[in-house]
Design a protein around this ligand. Structure first.
Ligand code: HEM
Length: 581
């Protein structure tokens, strides 16, 4: 159901025209990358611990921000020139602060609490799930057991599964003396666990299209500022991967960044960099219609007033960063094993992986087509409940309430059920996060090229997952814990009902049990050989004539290919706050 937009103090309606004079001040005060992705191919994510405090620290933060932070306005201007003349933007910079940075600056408890208590944002009924609504104040480590990053229960350890556990989980076992061999931790993991006196106070993100230039800028930042009161805890380098069409993909080989909430009128300008601005009608023609699923989103799900700024009407956003390692070899083997188990042959074999993700590698949504390339791969105009963007039944909208086309455990169905899931009006739409992640790690071959098994990495590559939102509790944490990690969450086998089922299983890509992985925490998933309840290659919404007699689900466990390797909750403060001293 589409939420009626109500206008909170100081927040304009979206989509917002970044070049309208009345929006200029707000965009000059807001950091870039929030309303639209920075789009650079390379990024350096520099994790910082401050060794100074108080006014001295505030001045240092101001110096770094003046030198490196790009405003939303500057970003919009640069992308205008890129679109018109193909001129690339300058070095891009974001500066994010963790709660500990505010403490070190000496920001008072009352202001901290007024600013960062997420109390108002906890949905009715969810208080028990998230007793600490102040996740930002406590930091990501404190929520570790809640999110499944570190196990809540160390008793049920399966000795056979220990070798394949994530390093952070092994560390907990080592700490409790369940195992004797000390696991090797990465610097980011050590800082996440606060070992060796390390902690993450801030993150500077630098991004550019030239890798050597970015690395040189990163080095000069480190040399200049290490003398002035920072310690660099870890540097994570991001590197975009692209398919033959130039679209961003992730290491399993699937198009990523396709379904996003959109906030700017300029998001509807499509085409090559030199194309003039075109209108929304043309966007729909090129990118698919938006009558069933409307990507336009209100700024309330993204921005939060920066109460610490001395300029009224300054906004920031919560930023969640997670380093997620991908085991590409085991994921690819599971795709093949599932295809074998379901006896899928020929082109149908591609459907095994598509059932895990919810889209084929080229982005074709599985709920709309049983094969890839069948529809414009970019299509995002779909739901699973036979309704349209206003929540009304619509014959052009596929009704897959039984999960016979796109399984309930598919990553994109778990993380965006695209329907009301019983938490009141607009329950799902306001959970949307704004993703800004980038792959990391080197590959022998690009995921889109032909790969022998030997070419596939088991680690060292993955996603530097990042997302913006106005509430960590209500959006990222809820999505990870209550949807992705929840073995029962499947959304509606009957329209209008929550339809939880213990057989759904966790999200195939990112689900994590709060028990130790591989220790019985992840039940098998249901999979079907027949697309839509019968065998066929149709994209028609045909659930009216279901023949379920051939549709016995096959049980197969498809999980644990993504491992959490550290991260933190940050706030992206407004530019006036960052630069005031
Ligand atoms: C969509 C991969 C982590 C939330 C997608 C898509 C892919 C993908 C291939 C489909 C393309 C698209 O719609 O943009 C991955 C991989 C991950 C990962 C490989 C980890 C290594 C996460 C995490 C979250 C998340 C940690 C949040 C907790 C989403 C959301 C969508 C999405 C919200 C869009 C769903 C929609 O609107 O239909 N992801 N993802 N992803 N992912 Fe992830």
């Amino acid at each position: 159901m589409t939420k009626k937009q109500t206008k909170p103090a100081g927040l304009p309606f979206s989509p917002l025209d970044p070049f309208a004079p009345q929006n200029k001040a707000m965009l000059e005060n807001l950091q870039g990358n929030i309303l639209q992705g920075h789009g650079r191919n390379f990024s350096a994510n520099i994790f910082i611990q401050f060794s100074i405090t108080g006014k001295q620290l505030k001045d240092l933060i101001s110096k770094i921000s003046v030198q490196y932070v790009t405003s939303a306005f500057q970003q919009a201007e640069e992308s205008k020139y890129f679109k018109r003349f193909g001129i690339p933007g300058s070095l891009f910079g974001n500066f994010f602060l963790a709660a500990t940075a505010y403490n070190k600056m000496g920001v008072g408890k009352d202001l901290m609490s007024a600013m960062f208590k997420d109390q108002d944002n906890v949905p009715p009924g969810a208080e028990k799930i998230f007793p600490q609504s102040d996740s930002f104040l406590k930091g990501m480590t404190a929520l570790g057991a809640d999110l499944g990053d570190i196990p809540a229960d160390l008793s049920a350890v399966d000795p056979a599964a220990i070798a394949s556990l994530p390093a952070l989980q092994k560390w907990k076992l080592f700490e409790k003396k369940v195992i004797t061999e000390e696991p090797e931790l990465e610097p980011l993991e050590k800082a996440y666990l606060k070992l060796d006196g390390l902690q993450i106070d801030a993150m500077l993100l630098l991004a550019d299209d030239s890798e050597p230039y970015l690395l040189r800028e990163t080095r000069s930042f480190v040399t200049e500022f290490e003398k002035l009161g920072i310690q660099v805890v870890a540097i994570e380098l991001g590197k975009a991967l692209r398919n033959n069409e130039g679209e961003g993909i992730e290491h399993f080989g699937y198009v990523d960044g396709r379904s996003q909430p959109l906030y700017l009128t300029t998001d509807f300008e499509m085409g090559n960099p030199r194309k003039e601005r075109i209108n929304e009608k043309a966007f729909r023609k090129e990118s698919g219609d938006i009558d069933l699923w409307d990507p336009k989103a209100p700024l309330e799900i993204l921005l939060k007033e920066d109460l610490a700024s001395n300029v009224p009407g300054s906004f920031g956003s919560y930023f969640v960063f997670r380093k997620l390692e991908q085991d590409v070899l085991r994921f690819s083997m599971a795709e093949q094993n599932l295809a074998d188990k379901l006896k899928l042959t020929g082109k149908d074999r591609e459907r095994a992986g598509a059932m895990a993700v919810g889209r084929f590698r080229d982005g074709t949504p599985l709920v709309l087509s049983s094969t890839d390339g069948f529809l414009p791969g970019k299509d995002n105009n779909f739901r699973y409940d036979g309704r349209d963007a206003s929540g009304n039944p619509n014959p052009r909208s596929v009704d897959d309430s039984l999960g016979l086309k796109c399984p309930f455990q598919a990553h994109i169905r778990k993380t965006n059920p695209r329907q009301n899931v019983g938490e009141g009006e607009d329950g799902d739409q306001s959970r949307r996060i704004t993703r800004r992640g980038i792959p990391y790690g080197e590959r022998i071959k690009n995921p889109n090229a032909f790969q022998a098994l030997d070419d596939l990495p088991t680690g060292g590559v993955g996603l530097l997952f990042a997302c913006f939102q106005s509430s960590i509790v209500k959006q990222f944490s809820f999505m990870q814990k209550t949807w992705a990690n929840n073995t029962g969450f499947k959304v509606s086998s009957a329209p209008g009902q929550d339809g939880s089922s213990p057989e759904t299983g966790i999200d195939t890509l990112i689900g994590q049990s709060s028990q130790l992985s591989g220790a019985g925490g992840n039940p098998d998933h249901n999979w079907r050989k027949e697309y839509g309840g019968h065998h066929g290659h149709t994209s028609l919404p045909d659930v009216g004539n279901l023949d379920l007699s051939h549709s016995h689900p096959t049980r197969f466990n498809f999980s644990n290919f993504v491992k959490f390797r550290g991260g933190e909750f940050f706030f992206a403060p407004s530019i006036p706050f960052l630069t005031q001293s």
